[in-house]
Design a protein around this ligand. Structure first.
Ligand SMILES: O=C(O)CCC(=O)C(=O)O
Ligand SMILES: [Fe+2]
Length: 317
């Protein structure tokens, strides 16, 4: 009973207040009535849409993605070059005149490695990785050090498989790797205006195989943003040679430059080479692979002779 009374009293109070408001501002009612007419509804709809669009654009800005090179394009013979100002990272390392990046940027070419060569390199990677592979979604094979993902860790193929490795890889495989490495080195030197003899292959250099299997260890988490010069130390110029096609062999797995004003992507394609200066001007990540298998090789170069490595070879066996 008491509650009923209270509700009645409250109801009485609120209608009193409404009456007072209407008495003080009769135009409020008029405005509300006008909004229910056809032009009024149109105006309300336009205002609502405008506000949503503004909200969308102002929050989506940071995620705007520009495709630098799409899967369907063929960039050949000259690389497509995108200049970016060099970061100060290189000041914290010893400088090597004629090599240390003074011009920074990224470039992509489809004219350096043929689809057939890419396929031969992919077969090489498949054969090597078939010997073991990670339990999670990312496996690597480093022909220089011999590191191969196995379960949750790595083994050294040269030690673990001994002479048998000569039955998995041929001299021709290593010749092809060497030949492609030389062409990449020449192209990097030409594009960045370097003396090619001052540029050296550095480690790690590895084949990667990525699929959508759930990560089991940190080694499987390939998608984190990173700076190669920070992650790998010796890198001055990074190159990535893709061995499979985005959209056909796999989905997701695009390469993403994470610039302050938005993302810029490179869509992998078999035989496509992407290369860039390794400092923080080229912060990047790999989009998670959603479906299929992505193969690539990371081949990188240093200006510091102390970090130079020899080409991988079967002589290591
Ligand atoms: O495979 C890629 O596209 C990128 C790999 C990468 O960022 C790296 O090896 O440092
Ligand atoms: Fe990287």
């Amino acid at each position: 009973m008491a509650q009923m009374r209270m509700r009645n009293a409250k109801g009485g109070n609120s209608s009193e207040i409404e009456k007072k408001i209407k008495r003080k501002c009769p135009e409020t009612e008029l405005h509300l009535a006008w909004l229910q007419t056809a032009p009024g509804l149109l105006l309300v709809t336009l205002l609502a849409c405008g506000t949503s669009l503004w909200l969308y654009l102002s929050t989506a800005d940071a995620d705007i993605t520009e495709t630098l090179v799409g899967r369907g394009e063929l960039v050949s013979p000259q690389p497509r070059v995108f200049a970016v100002p060099c970061s100060e990272d290189y000041d914290q390392h010893k400088r090597f005149p004629g090599c240390t990046p003074q011009k920074c940027g990224r470039a992509v070419t489809d004219g350096l490695v043929s689809r057939e060569e890419a396929q031969a390199l992919r077969r090489l990677a498949e054969r090597g990785l078939a010997l073991a592979g990670s339990e999670g979604g990312a496996s690597i094979l480093d022909l220089h050090s011999g590191a191969l993902s196995m379960g949750k860790q790595f083994v050294n193929i040269y030690r673990y498989f001994g002479d048998q490795i000569g039955e998995v890889f041929t001299q021709e495989d290593f010749r092809l790797y060497r030949d492609v490495r030389r062409r990449i080195q020449d192209t990097i030197a030409q594009t960045f205006g370097l003396d090619v003899s001052l540029l050296f292959l550095t480690k790690p250099t590895f084949f990667s195989r990525i699929n959508s299997t759930e990560a089991k260890t940190q080694h499987d988490e390939y998608w984190h943003p990173h700076i190669d010069k920070v992650t790998y130390g010796s890198f001055d110029y990074t190159s990535l040679l893709y061995l499979t096609d985005y959209g056909t062999d796999f989905t997701g797995g695009r390469f993403i430059f994470m610039d302050k004003d938005g993302n810029r992507t490179v869509e992998p394609r078999a035989g496509r080479l992407s290369f860039f200066s390794s400092g923080s001007e080229n912060l990047h990540r790999v989009e998670r692979v959603a479906w299929g298998t992505r193969f690539a090789i990371t081949v990188s170069f240093t200006c510091d002779p102390a970090h130079a490595i020899a080409d991988p070879s079967l002589a290591a066996v």
